[in-house]
Design a protein. Structure first.
Ligand code: ZN
Length: 137
């Protein structure tokens, strides 16, 4: 696959579903409780929907009750980038895929586990891969 950081927005729009494009590339947010991974607790890996980089393990997922998939940590190879976000009159920390720069969601310091972190991620930014069904790519 070509370097995802070099894809143009037009190429992204052809590659992604309209909803994934809106969230990953235009920093949109899916409607809470609408995402397919919000109440999804199978064992496996959550990859970036844009470039397939493994981002989170199902062991890191917890039910935050906020309506979006939530994680208390990331996979070391994910390399998630953090950026201060001042939109919507709030100061939040945006999280982006370390490989393709796609918008994932936001990170907060009110997580319930020992990491104290809550990665609040859009389902459409993720693509789930069940464990034990062979590794793709
Ligand atoms: Zn990515």
């Amino acid at each position: 696959m070509a370097d995802p950081k070099k894809l143009t927005e037009e190429e992204w729009s052809e590659k992604l579903s309209p909803e994934s494009f809106r969230v990953l590339r235009q920093k949109g947010t899916e409607i809470s409780h609408s995402g397919k991974y919000n109440e999804h607790f199978a064992t496996g890996i959550y990859n970036c929907a844009g470039c397939n980089t493994p981002l989170f393990d199902s062991d890191q997922k917890f039910n935050a009750g906020c309506g979006w998939p939530s994680f208390d940590g990331e996979l070391t190879e994910a390399g998630i980038e953090q950026k201060t976000d001042h939109t919507h009159g709030m100061v939040r920390t945006e999280i982006l895929c370390g490989n393709c720069g796609g918008h994932l969601g936001h990170i907060f310091n009110d997580g319930p586990s020992e990491t104290g972190l809550r990665y609040c991620v859009n389902s459409v930014s993720l693509s789930f891969e069940k464990k034990g069904e062979g590794v793709k790519g």
